[in-house]
Design a protein around this ligand. Structure first.
Ligand SMILES: Nc1nc2c(ncn2[C@@H]2O[C@H](COP(=O)(O)OP(=O)(O)OP(=O)(O)O)[C@@H](O)[C@H]2O)c(=O)[nH]1
Ligand SMILES: Nc1nc2c(ncn2[C@@H]2O[C@H](COP(=O)(O)OP(=O)(O)OP(=O)(O)O)[C@@H](O)[C@H]2O)c(=O)[nH]1
Ligand SMILES: [Mg+2]
Ligand SMILES: [Mg+2]
Lengths: 290, 270
């Protein structure tokens, strides 16, 4: 954990009496490395450390009795403060309210669609799952089986055109008495212009109140470029981080929020449909710090 | 008296940024910078880095394929990295090389996993062994291999995505290997871990932990058609000595290439 990895440096500090500017910089270097090892993006780390340095200098850490402990607390509080701005509820507007899940290949969208449907059912919403991925082998069948497991509605596509599915499904959902539609989309690269255009068309016809970027919690440095591109093109309304039941430190959370400023609404913590939970900034902060 | 980049903070930071942003990770980045800090300028430092990296990637060539009939390749990895799609691509390579291939639907857990692999087997017109959802994957693999005894073909085994932190799933994977060894100690001839290039430092943990349970013989790194550089491969190859066999560059059946250390390293420093 962070206390142990910094203890060497901070133990030296204790015997010093007064820290120098150089001592502080060495401590900040340790923090920088810890954040990089946690997969926080290089530029995000730079910006974060500068913010911490300002707070540290303001707090007279150079004269503190236990400067190591103080700086760790400053870092933790700063992380929680930043990530805290990332916490928000799902927003429903329209009848039916449409939620669209989008993101890279394999990030967990289809599974998350089922988790979200079950989660909303417990909140007394009547949800229909819409399989708009008509390309991946077995994708429609995968969502169909998930809809059965979750005990929610399922839209049977009569076309393999994702834009047509996005356009028709909410109308059918309305007629059948659903108040919520969750559209699962094909995984796509942020640099695939054709597929990004397709997503824009789907958004235009489905008019979702939530465009949720589903990202793998283990994503590395590329998290910034990926999230930024999705956000700049589609103006996402929130993020869902998946596979946080592993031991990845989850620095992608800080990277994605820093660059998009869009809230992290939910966290995926396993393969079962019940494995979804609220985003707790302090839990993610201590995880990133290791 | 030569000049060296060691004194040039700007060049050092630029090199550090390039490596970190490529997901190399802090430790190996420091090792690399240390190794090349005597270079006179950035250009020669990059040339030194490339040599250093190619040196890591070039492992002694394994011997020719063993003559077992069938020849068994098992695919493992965490959730969503591209195992099932990679199996289809690799089966296609075998067919193009004039070999017979069969698939084994060893993911008996995830929704529509068997249907997904079945569609690929139909597209490739090759046999597939499957069982019921919830069946023990070891028993499906055992049946597939023993029923193919003596056949001159490649059998590719798909397995469920699993996090290395899930001990039960790691033991389930270990059991598949143990059970196949009852048929022939050489089985599986290859155990390939599939790693996603967009994942960061956790790739290292994945490779290390999977290696504890099964003897990995190779790596396939997927999704290199994205913008991620896959630098996490270097600490893995350096420390675990597992060779990279193929890279995945897309979702189509032909989007796979045999790994070339020169091409890979040159892409890092265009
Ligand atoms: N351990 C774990 N596995 C997850 C989580 N979310 C999804 N998965 C698994 O990740 C894998 C990929 O999930 P999918 O839902 O198929 O991902 P996807 O984004 O729809 O994939 P594409 O449609 O191909 O882009 C599956 O094995 C899921 O069971 C999670 O929070 N934890
Ligand atoms: N862009 C790109 N996508 C890929 C590549 N390899 C696989 N994919 C996509 O990644 C997603 C997941 O692929 P799968 O083959 O289902 O992955 P998996 O490891 O079998 O997933 P689980 O069985 O759920 O753990 C699919 O949408 C694939 O089309 C690749 O090299 N590039
Ligand atoms: Mg999907
Ligand atoms: Mg699979």
């Amino acid at each position: 954990n962070i206390q142990n990895s910094f203890s060497k440096i901070f133990r030296k500090w204790r015997s010093k009496g007064k820290l120098t500017e150089e001592d502080l910089d060495r401590g900040l270097l340790e923090i920088k490395n810890a954040l990089l090892e946690a997969d926080v993006n290089y530029d995000v780390v730079k910006e974060f450390i500068e913010g911490v340095k300002e707070s540290a200098e303001g707090e007279e850490i150079l004269y503190a009795l236990n400067p190591g402990q103080m700086i760790v607390k400053i870092v933790f509080d700063e992380l929680v403060k930043i990530l805290g701005k990332a916490k928000k509820e799902i927003y429903f507007k329209g009848n039916p309210a449409v939620i669209m899940l989008l993101g890279l290949q394999g990030s967990g969208k289809t599974t998350t669609a089922g988790k979200l449907a079950r989660f909303l059912t417990k909140k007394n919403r009547k949800t229909m799952l819409v399989p708009a991925d008509t390309r991946r082998p077995g994708a429609v069948e995968q969502l169909k089986q998930i809809a059965e497991q979750a005990g929610v509605g399922f839209y049977k596509p009569d076309t393999d055109n994702p834009v047509e599915i996005a356009r028709k499904a909410p109308k059918v959902a309305y007629i059948e008495g659903y108040d919520t539609v969750i559209i699962d989309t094909q995984g796509r690269l942020h640099v695939d212009d054709k597929l990004m255009q397709e997503l824009k068309k789907m958004i235009k016809v489905a008019k979702p109140s939530e465009k949720l970027f589903v990202a793998d919690g283990m994503t590395g440095q590329d998290a910034v470029k990926i999230a930024e591109t999705f956000n700049n093109n589609l103006d996402i309304t929130g993020v869902i981080l998946t596979k946080m039941d592993g031991d990845a430190r989850g620095g992608a959370a800080l990277s994605i929020f820093s660059v998009t400023k869009k809230p992290i609404k939910l966290i995926g913590v396993g393969e079962k449909l019940s494995d979804i939970e609220q985003f707790y900034p302090d839990r993610i902060a201590s995880r990133i710090l290791g | 008296l030569g000049k060296s980049i060691a004194k040039d903070k700007i060049v050092i930071e630029e090199l550090e940024r390039t490596l970190i942003e490529a997901d190399f990770g802090v430790q190996i980045t420091m090792d690399i910078i240390e190794a090349v800090k005597k270079s006179p300028d950035k250009k020669s430092a990059i040339e030194e880095i490339k040599k250093y990296l190619i040196n890591i990637l070039e492992l002694p060539e394994k011997e020719e394929r063993s003559e077992t009939k069938p020849y068994v390749v098992m695919f493992v990895g965490v959730n969503g990295v591209g195992k099932t799609t990679t199996i289809a691509k690799m089966a296609n390579i075998e067919l193009k090389n004039g070999n017979d291939a069969s698939l084994v639907a060893g993911d008996t857990f995830r929704a529509a996993a068997i249907e997904q692999l079945t569609i690929w087997s139909e597209r490739l017109k090759i046999p597939i062994f499957k069982g019921e959802y919830g069946a023990d994957p070891a028993s499906i693999a055992y049946r597939a291999i023993s029923e193919s005894k003596g056949e001159n073909r490649i059998i590719l085994i798909d397995t469920a995505g699993r996090l290395h932190t899930n001990k039960n799933l790691m033991m389930e994977m270990e059991k598949i290997v143990r059970v196949l060894k009852k048929i022939d100690d050489k089985y599986p001839n290859e155990i390939l871990i599939v790693l996603d290039a967009s994942i960061g430092q956790n790739n290292i943990q994945q490779a290390k932990q999977f290696m504890v349970y099964v003897p990995l013989t190779g790596i396939v790194m997927t999704k290199l058609d994205g913008t991620a550089k896959g630098g996490s491969i270097f600490p893995i190859v350096r420390d675990l000595k597992i060779p990279v066999k193929y890279i995945g560059t897309g979702e189509g059946i032909d989007d796979i290439s045999p790994f070339s250390s020169e091409e890979f390293v040159n892409t890092l420093f265009p």
